[in-house]
Design a protein around this ligand. Sequence first.
Ligand code: GTP
Ligand code: MG
Length: 216
Amino acid sequence: MQIKKAEFVQSAPTYDKCPEALIPEFAFIGRSNVGKSSLINYLVNRKGLALTSSNPGKTQTINHFIIDDSWHIVDLPGYGYAKVSQKMRFQWELNLRDYLLKRGQLMVVFVLVDANIPPQKSDLEMISWLGENNVPLGIIFTKVDRSKVNELKKNQEAFHIELKKTWKEFPNMFLTSAEKKHGGDELLDFIEENIKLFKSQMEEFGEVKLKNPKIK
Ligand code: GTP
Ligand code: MG
């Protein structure tokens, strides 16, 4: 699948302000600075669509983009950013939890993980939490252009060892570089499959098959 059109819709401060459109949605989450906004720009092939920055904590709201007039990409704020006050962080976690648990049309949450460093506790905790709460997820390793192949392999293996402790079957995983435009095709094919799944579920069951049909 190739994206032809991408437009910013809105930034929502909280879950209940998110757009109401009942169309399939794919969200990107991960530690601050892992490359969420850059990956989105690469996928949609538009440099400044999602705002990026070398300072962590750039994205603070739930940002919706409409793609080819028919599905949503969502850029979420990063977790694990130390400079945000404790109170704000707590509020953010509540907002994110709400969004991740209640958003019925959310087909996949992609957890972005820096491919250049050993497994991080906060990433493993996020992945476990999503799994425990039955939120469908994929794992995207980012910035693969930054290290040598051996180093990347070592980090991957360490990550697999950690996942094996709790997962029988691994979530789908993708290797990407927004910088070198690598790995986007596989990711978009996976998204396309899930858009088809959404459509067939809607045709067959209406809203009842969505995670939380009563709430948008
Ligand atoms: P927050 O919104 O702060 O949570 O950050 P984010 O996860 O959206 O990260 P963002 O896309 O803003 O990128 C953070 C930094 O990493 C920027 O300086 C990017 O240029 C850099 N970066 C992103 N993707 C890549 C990549 O594939 N390769 C390399 N080498 N650098 C990247
Ligand atoms: Mg961002």
